[in-house]
Structure formats: C-alpha cells, structure tokens
Design a protein around this ligand. Structure first.
Ligand SMILES: Cc1cc2nc3c(=O)[nH]c(=O)nc-3n(C[C@H](O)[C@H](O)[C@H](O)COP(=O)(O)OP(=O)(O)OC[C@H]3O[C@@H](n4cnc5c(N)ncnc54)[C@H](O)[C@@H]3O)c2cc1C
Length: 319
C-alpha cells in the first residue's frame, strides 16, 4: 500500500490545532490518487472522529491506547505497527514535544527517511522534497530521501493553513500491540501563558523592531496599536530584551502571523527569520529609515522615514 499517514495529536481530550495543519500539508503531497489516512491514539479515540471528519481525509484510524495522554513507548510501538501494516509513502507528525519522544527512534528502527522541523514539503517529478532550516536557521536546506520507501516528516506548527471544511471519511480501528511503557505520567502541569495574546489569530498586526531604540518607547506604540485596532507584535530583539513578552514575537522562533491580513512593520529590518513569520501576509506596510532594508522586499507599501514621525501622524489621525 502507499499513501499518506498523518498522526494526529491530542492533549487532555482536545485535538491540537497542529493536527489540522498536518492534514493540510498532506493534501499538498498527494500524488497518483494517494489516500490520506489520519490515525488518532487515545484511550477514547472515538471522540476525535467528528473533529477529524474533514475534506481530504479518506480514512480515520482509531487506535485505542491504555494511557489517556501521550506516552513515547506506546506511540513508537503503535505508529511503528501502523507503518509496518500500511507501508505509507509518507508519515506526517507534528514537530512537537510529543514527536521528540518517539519519531527519531522510530525512523532509526524502521530505516525511514526522516526530517524534523519541516516547513515546506512537496513532490518534484514524484520525488519528495522537504525544506527545513540549517546552520542555526540561517539557511533553508532542501532534503530528499533517495531509496527510502517511507519518509517520516515532523512538520513545524503554524505554517500550514489548517484543514477545516467538513468531509465524510471511512473510520477503521487498529489494534495496537500491547506495550510495557517505561514512562508514567504523574501530574499534568499547565504552563502559564504569561500573556494572553494569540498572534496566530490576529488579523491586523503592528510590529515594532529594534528601530524603537529603547524600552521607554514601547508604550507609545502600544497606544498606537490600540488606537488603530491592531495587535502589537515585535521582532526577536525586542522580546529577547524583555521589552515585550515572547508570545508577541513574530518569526521563525516566534509566532507565525497565520490569520493576518494587514501587517505594519515599524523599525524592523526584515531578517529572514522575521520574514518567516509574516512574509505571506497579503498587505505589508513597512516603515524604515533605511531605503535598502530587506523588509521593503516583501512590503506592498513602503515608507522610507522615521517611525516616531509616522507613528505621531497616525496617532493624530485616529484621535
Ligand atoms: C535561529 C534564529 C531564530 C530567529 N528567530 C527570529 C524570530 O522569530 N523573529 C525575529 O524577529 N528575529 C529572529 N531572529 C533574529 C533575526 O536574525 C534578526 O536579528 C532580527 O529579526 C532583527 O530584528 P529587528 O529587525 O528588530 O532589528 P534590526 O535588524 O537591528 O533592524 C532595526 C531596523 O530599524 C531601522 N530603524 C532604526 N531606527 C529607525 C527609526 N527611527 N525609524 C525607522 N526605522 C528605524 C533600521 O534601519 C533597521 O533596519 C532569529 C535569529 C536566529 C539566528
């Protein structure tokens, strides 16, 4: 058998958003009538049938496990058995703390092609090519997998648009082999978010970069963002300095502006790592004193000018 096998992720009975992103990534890899199957591992997998009944999903495979939450040994064993039985061309898992616990071991044990933190995957003349960062994310590396009949890709979150339209897949059950797990969950501790903003859901973002110069300037841009109805975002140096919470950082090691339609970048140079989180936005407005700044390469509208002057003009306009 060939086809694409997606391993859904759930936590505490809720499907994680990355699961729907994996389904979207799978659509881009279909070739020659490939079928897309999504497997969900849980102590009560039936509850995920409804949220996984989406367009582009041919089959939902329920796998009943003893543990309610993720367990590395259970996943390695069950996903390994699924791969052995179904021999898919491609297996997609989330690049997440869960897959860190089993994906590499599985790839090594079964001799699979393997790439982690993948943010683009496509077929070129039928061959699978995955793109991931290299050299501390300074370059994009294209990876191919010659001679591998099954390739396991761990996909970065917030890159693919989630699959959302409903569908009517077949549902089958798979009996996972019993496994003696070496791990046991003791307590679930929810990390505090620190800041309740969700940059991935914001439709209008005003981002400040190192051009603001000092922390004391942050409040005036926060007020400006409030005045124009934007969510305040920032580049990494601003988050690293603690001037704004990390949850507001846009870019490769921050958030992707997935839902954003209008992005105003003020005093941001446009480093490749920042662009990774926003270059897809349809309307980008950049303000920078340096006419050669890379941000102008992706901006629809560019203002070569001082952010404090532009901010003041915008603010008075919205008063
Ligand atoms: C592994 C890795 C991951 C990374 N992840 C991220 C990430 O997720 N997000 C991210 O943002 N970066 C990330 N970075 C850092 C990235 O490489 C850049 O260093 C960073 O994006 C630069 O931020 P900046 O544009 O605010 O600052 P700078 O590059 O210093 O640019 C400041 C800009 O402000 C302009 N400016 C200065 N004063 C004014 C003024 N008064 N008016 C108008 N313009 C002015 C300057 O001309 C300049 O272009 C990452 C780096 C690495 C190595």
């Amino acid at each position: 058998m060939s086809g694409i096998l997606v391993i859904a992720e759930q936590r505490r009975g809720e499907l994680r958003p990355i699961s729907l992103e994996l389904l979207s990534a799978a659509q881009g890899l279909r070739h020659d009538g490939d079928l897309v199957a999504v497997a969900v591992l849980s102590d009560s997998p039936q509850r995920f049938i409804s949220p996984l009944s989406l367009s582009g999903v041919d089959e939902i495979v329920t796998v009943k496990t003893a543990a309610a939450e993720f367990d590395p040994d259970t996943f390695e064993s069950a996903v390994g058995a699924l791969i052995a039985k179904r021999a898919p061309d491609v297996v997609l898992v989330a690049h997440s703390v869960d897959s860190f616990g089993y994906a590499a071991a599985l790839a090594a044990r079964l001799g699979l092609g393997f790439a982690t933190d993948v943010f683009d995957a496509r077929r070129v003349d039928g061959e699978l090519i995955a793109t991931r960062g290299g050299y501390g994310q300074k370059v994009n590396v294209e990876v191919d997998f010659p001679g591998r009949s099954t390739v396991l890709l761990a996909i970065r979150g917030n890159v693919f648009k989630p699959q959302e339209s409903p569908g009517t897949p077949n549902v089958t059950a798979f009996d996972a082999p019993a496994v003696q797990s070496r791990a046991a969950g003791r307590e679930f501790i929810e990390l505090s978010a620190g800041d309740d903003v969700d940059m991935t859901a914001a439709e209008f973002i005003l981002t400040v970069g190192r051009g603001i110069g000092e922390e004391a300037k942050v409040p005036q841009f926060r007020e400006l963002a409030d005045a124009v109805g934007a969510t305040l975002g920032c580049s990494r140096p601003i988050a690293d300095a603690g001037w704004l919470p990390k949850s507001r950082q846009v870019g490769q090691s921050g958030k992707t502006a997935s839902a954003c339609k209008l992005y105003i970048a003020m005093g941001v140079s446009g480093a490749i790592q920042h662009l990774a989180g926003m270059k897809h936005v349809s309307t980008i407005v950049a303000v920078n004193t340096d006419a050669e700044a890379s941000i102008f390469g992706v901006a629809k509208y560019g203002i070569v000018g001082d952010i404090f002057e532009i901010a003041e003009q915008l603010r008075t306009h919205f008063e």
